[in-house]
Design a protein around this ligand. Structure first.
Ligand SMILES: [Zn+2]
Ligand SMILES: [Zn+2]
Length: 452
């Protein structure tokens, strides 16, 4: 069966618009639109049958006349109508607007969709976009049975046609390109024949940087109150928080306000304990701003404001625009990154300086450039899987402060639990400073000096 025969078969039964006609043969020929495909088919049929009509004896080719009438009446095709008018052949004039069996004329008038989308994105900053849609099953089922009825194997789906055509026209109106890979704005239509809704999906804005924490007692990210899980209770004074502040909560307000985002997520390259300072050049982090309405934010200005507001508590530096892939890398690298700590250590027994130096040498021989075995510490076992890890210790320096107070600078593989490296965690970390010194050692203060 030729395309032309198939088209005549369709119009004997249904009216479909020119867009949908072309769409049913969309995989055939390229560099054109569905409308042009449909219109070319109808025009060719009209021309061929006009020729047959003119070349027949006494212009009496009944088949040609029937086909011209079919195209004029059932396909509502103007050139065919005009041929019949010119040749003085009567045909039925349809005064009511015909509804396309497949799209109910949605494709002939996309303006309502385009303008609704334009209004919806008004006031939001984005550089490129993509149109997406979820089509009601009513439409899809109708299409499927239609294609099956006429064995149409080269059709394009309703959804693909809609997304592309709306995208093309919207692009011209809002003067922004469409982007398929990773659009900053996705406009999603929920579409039925007589109604539609639009949802927007705005790509998060990622900002990387480093943070310092100059005080003890604040966690990296915000913690819900353990008693009420964030609802607010007596234990937390109605705040819903376990700790009043966190690095995250000191850093993110300026970003949220400036970018007009709905929410944010703080991704750190590992984390230090609440009572541990983060000194030196700081710890890498990426702040994810969700649903930002403004993307072109001035990072220098924000950095200055955050640092001014939080003087002596925290500092952020090295701000740069980042992306989702870098968040994954940040997490993946955190475990292997080398870190340098300063630990202030208290002993239960007093040592003299010579004793300390002898034991320090033992410590260096046993630990430097060697692995330790560390089982998940008891103090974090309620929120971390219980497992054994091997961690490498690179270098240890020790300083005698008082007979029962020493300072250590420890250079280790990321993810090592330093407090447990010192106290041994009841044999869960082996070997430990406590093992090697043969006396009970406890870490009193811990600072991160450097994340390499
Ligand atoms: Zn249609
Ligand atoms: Zn609470």
């Amino acid at each position: 069966m030729t395309i032309f025969e198939k088209v005549l078969e369709i119009y004997q039964k249904y009216y479909i618009c020119t867009h949908c006609l072309g769409r049913m043969f969309s995989l055939l020929a390229t560099e054109t639109t569905n409308y042009d495909r449909g219109s070319s088919i109808l025009l060719t049929i009209t021309m061929e049958n006009h020729r047959k009509y003119l070349s027949s004896n006494n212009n009496d080719d009944k088949d040609a006349i029937l086909i011209l009438k079919l195209i004029a009446e059932n396909a509502n095709f103007s050139p065919a109508k005009q041929v019949l008018v010119n040749e003085g052949i009567d045909f039925r004039v349809n005064n009511t607007t015909q509804k396309c069996f497949l799209c109910e004329n949605i494709f002939s008038n996309l303006e309502p969709y385009i303008f609704a989308a334009k209004n919806k994105v008004n006031g939001i900053e984005f550089n490129n976009f993509l149109v997406g849609s979820s089509i009601k099953s009513e439409i899809i089922n109708k299409e499927d049975s239609f294609k099956a009825e006429f064995n149409l194997l080269d059709a394009e789906s309703f959804k693909t046609h809609f997304n592309r055509e709306v995208g093309k026209q919207l692009s011209l109106i809002i003067n922004k390109p469409t982007e398929f890979g990773n659009p900053e704005m996705t406009i999603i239509f929920h579409l039925n024949y007589n109604s539609f809704q639009i949802d927007l999906l705005i790509k998060s804005l990622f900002i990387s940087g480093r943070y310092n924490k100059f005080i003890r007692g604040i966690p990296q990210t915000h913690w819900e109150c353990r008693t009420c899980r964030g609802k607010g209770c007596k234990a937390c004074d109605g705040t819903g928080k376990q700790y009043i502040n966190s690095v995250e909560e000191l850093v993110n307000p300026e970003f949220l306000i400036t970018s007009n985002s709905t929410d944010s997520k703080f991704h750190g390259a590992g984390r230090e304990d609440i009572d541990v300072k983060m000194l030196g050049t700081g710890r890498p982090f990426i702040l994810e701003l969700k649903n930002p309405k403004i993307r072109s934010i001035n990072l220098n200005k924000i950095q200055k404001r955050v640092n001014h507001k939080n003087k002596k508590k925290i500092r952020i530096s090295n701000l740069q625009f980042s992306n989702k892939d870098q968040v994954k890398m940040l997490k993946a690298n955190a475990e292997s990154t080398r870190k340098t700590y300063r630990a202030l250590v208290r002993s239960t027994q007093k040592l003299d300086k010579n004793n300390f130096i002898t034991l320090l040498n033992q410590l260096k021989i046993r630990l430097e450039n060697q692995n330790i075995d560390q089982r998940t510490p008891i103090r974090v076992s309620h929120r971390r899987v219980d497992k054994y890890r091997q961690k490498k210790i690179f270098e240890i320096q020790g300083f005698f402060k008082k007979p029962d107070l020493y300072e250590f600078i420890v250079d280790t593989q990321g993810g090592t639990y330093i407090k447990e490296l010192i106290n041994g965690d009841n044999g869960r970390t082996k070997p430990s400073f406590t093992d090697i010194f043969g006396i009970n050692l406890q870490c009193e203060e811990l600072d991160v000096l450097k994340i390499h």
